[in-house]
Write a protein that binds this ligand. Structure first.
Ligand SMILES: [Zn+2]
Length: 168
């Protein structure tokens, strides 16, 4: 891993020279529940891309500041993207020099680009395609944004209608 730059006094940008992939690392300790960084909505993108973040049912944006595009996915994430308050929040204590990651399906319902995760966490899910495709048994393990939770609830209501058409 090669350090490219300090992007803030607490966050540095690194590159893996073999893959060329960039990622963010902490340069100091962050405590659980604390603010990792604020973000604002950059340009709206009409269709999701591998760089966009879904902040509502039909709204996909690029994150600002720009270095936040290097927040990679992990199946064992240490931050959560709060799309209501535009804050990235630590899900647990993060030591200095840890890679900072979030769970892509926590904001993305149906991802444009499917990818095969190699986060090496014990519970790695492998193929990541968005929340729509997650095994529903996994839901309690992760924190999802309100627009994703609404989609899950819509599905449950639809199932009830199909299975019990006469109730109400
Ligand atoms: Zn994984």
């Amino acid at each position: 891993m090669i350090k490219l730059s300090d992007v803030t006094d607490k966050i540095a940008l690194y590159i893996d020279p073999d893959s060329g992939q960039k990622h963010l690392r902490t340069t100091s300790r962050h405590s659980s529940g604390s603010l990792f960084h604020k973000f604002c909505a950059g340009e709206n993108v009409p269709c999701p891309t591998y760089l966009s973040l879904q902040i509502d049912h039909h709204r996909h944006i690029h994150l600002q500041p720009e270095f936040l595009q290097y927040l990679n996915h992990s199946c064992d994430p240490n931050v959560y993207v709060d799309v209501t308050n535009h804050e990235i929040i630590c899900l647990r204590d993060i030591d200095a020099n840890e890679e900072v990651t979030f769970f892509y399906p926590s904001t993305e319902w149906d991802m444009e680009q499917v990818f095969y995760c190699r986060c090496r966490s014990a519970n790695c899910l492998g193929e990541i395609k968005g929340a729509m495709y997650l095994n529903r048994n996994l839901l309690p393990r992760y924190k999802f944004t309100p627009h994703i939770m609404e989609k899950f609830h819509e599905e449950v209501s639809k199932d009830r209608l199909v299975n019990n058409p006469d109730t109400n």
